[in-house]
Design a binder for this molecule. Structure first.
Ligand code: URP
Ligand code: ZN
Ligand code: ZN
Length: 482
């Protein structure tokens, strides 16, 4: 068979296998896995790893924060940075504003994304005002392929437990996945008020104001709510061993619960915030970075498959008046924009510190960076794996190349991981067979990436959480409705 493009002589890895093969691509899809393939174009991948392109499923792009601050990256710079970091697809958020309809929210982000992205993209819909009318609109969001929702348990944009249950129920009914930022709002507020009243206002106190217990409590509550209605739930950016344990226990008990952690919780600590002046603001994110013992515990959970994904939570606010200091320079930590960049560093750091240092296998790396995301967010088998018929979304890695992290391709003015020595970098990234990045050069144009209409969350092999109290056989025959 003649191919448009052949990737020849590489070592392929999926979430379950590592094997030598050529990949034959035609019409943007993988059509052959074999030996001695021929094609119009050939990429020599000898000595390289050929992996499914990364799928970044937690990033804030062209989105206002809860404080109303616009991210530095739009769909153009965000997607370019993602591609240089080995990603062939990303799923930023479309954030509802109070009183806004779902239709209008998605239209806003359609406009922001139009003709900008160099890689394929989709959105998770953030729900901050889930009125009855808004809930009634969700089937339409599903119909157009937006099948995951996010809620906050903190910030001004938080939902209460009843609203959270409403969203979980509708999502479950349609096969969607609900994501949650889990921190106990009142605990955080109480701590921050006391700290600032006593003059502890500098960036470093952000971490103290958000204790691990506040995360653990909220994760436990979020899981309880999801179990009540037997709905799938993704706990995003888990930053504590206690939170990870909650996820692990729920999964062991069959619940449809998934966890995500992020590089900042594996590579940074609150000591990084202990800098003169406002410099520590660069490391303000929520939940906050913790300590060395936490890093080790989270790595153990990654190795033991507690987490399904490692995402960047790329939330790019520049270290200037457009970002971190949009509310002014002379402000306490509560008014500094929350978030840090990392979309380009996520995969190289996970490869370097995870695979090269033998903390995780190459298969786990693929699962955590691509396959599990595709499965949970409704993109498998088109994306997230190397298989006949799949989109040719492929990242070719040089496992030996070592670089010291410096400036990235995003619109940011700092890199929180700057100076770290990283071994293993993506050399070539293809999206549906198109070269996006090759040997440090951008080959794609804004608008080459397409919107991905996603399907249902894949819960294959999971039993769900069946509570006796909600079973008609043991509750006087009353059925608990979805
Ligand atoms: O600090 C962070 N992570 N900012 C982005 C918004 C969020 O909480 O996910
Ligand atoms: Zn969050
Ligand atoms: Zn986030």
């Amino acid at each position: 068979m003649q191919h448009d493009l052949v990737i020849r002589g590489g070592t392929l890895a999926t979430a379950s296998e590592v094997f030598a093969a050529d990949i034959g691509i035609r019409g943007g899809r993988i059509v052959t896995l074999g030996e001695g393939l021929t094609g119009e174009d050939v990429i020599d991948a000898a000595g390289k790893l050929v992996l499914p392109g990364g799928i970044e499923t937690h990033c804030h792009i062209a989105q206002e924060s809860g404080m109303g601050i616009m991210t530095a990256d739009d769909y153009e710079t965000g997607s370019i940075s993602a591609a240089f970091g080995g990603n062939s697809c990303f799923v930023p958020f479309a954030a509802q504003k109070n009183g806004q309809t779902v239709e209008d929210t998605l239209a806003t982000y359609d406009e922001r994304a139009a003709l900008k992205s160099v890689i394929d993209y989709s959105y998770h819909l953030i729900l901050t005002d889930p009125t009855e009318d808004v809930l009634a609109e969700l089937p339409e969001a599903f119909a157009r392929g937006v099948t995951s929702f996010k809620v906050f348990m903190t910030y001004a944009t938080r939902v209460n437990d009843a609203q959270f249950l409403d969203i979980l129920s509708v999502a479950r009914q349609y096969g969607g996945l609900t994501m949650v930022h889990a921190e106990n709002h009142d605990m955080l507020n109480w701590m921050a008020t006391r700290l600032t009243e006593n003059g502890y206002t500098g960036p470093r106190y952000h971490a103290l104001a958000r204790p691990g217990l506040a995360e653990e409590e909220a994760i436990n509550r979020a899981i309880s709510l999801a179990r009540l209605v037997n709905a799938p739930l993704m706990i995003v950016h888990v930053s504590t061993p206690g939170g990870a344990q909650c996820v692990r226990r729920a999964r062991a008990e069959g619940a449809f619960v998934f966890g995500e952690t992020c590089p900042q919780y594996l590579f940074l600590t609150r000591d990084d915030m202990d800098l003169p002046g406002m410099e520590g603001a660069k490391y303000i994110c929520s939940p906050p970075v913790r300590d060395k013992a936490t890093q080790q515990a989270l790595w153990s959970h990654i190795a033991a498959d507690t987490f399904s994904v490692v995402s960047s939570d790329h939330a790019p606010y520049r270290f200037d008046d457009s970002g971190k200091f949009a509310a002014g320079r002379d402000i306490d930590f509560r008014r500094i924009a929350n978030g840090m960049p990392g979309i380009e560093m996520r995969l190289p750091m996970m490869f370097s510190e995870g695979v090269v240092k033998n903390r995780i296998s190459l298969n786990q790396f693929v699962a955590l960076s691509s396959t599990n995301a595709a499965r949970l967010y409704g993109m498998l088998p088109s994306k997230g794996t190397l298989a006949i018929g799949a989109d040719a979304d492929i990242a070719i890695w040089d496992p030996k190349e070592t670089r010291v992290a410096g400036a990235m391709h995003d619109a940011m003015d700092y890199n929180p991981f700057e100076g770290m020595e990283v071994t293993g970098w993506p050399v070539t990234v293809l999206s549906r067979g198109r070269p996006v990045v090759d040997k440090g050069e951008l080959l794609a144009s804004p608008g080459d990436g397409a919107f991905v209409a996603r399907g249902q969350v894949d819960l294959t092999g999971m039993t769900g959480s069946h509570l006796a109290e909600t079973d008609p056989a043991t509750n006087f025959g009353a059925e608990v409705l979805p």
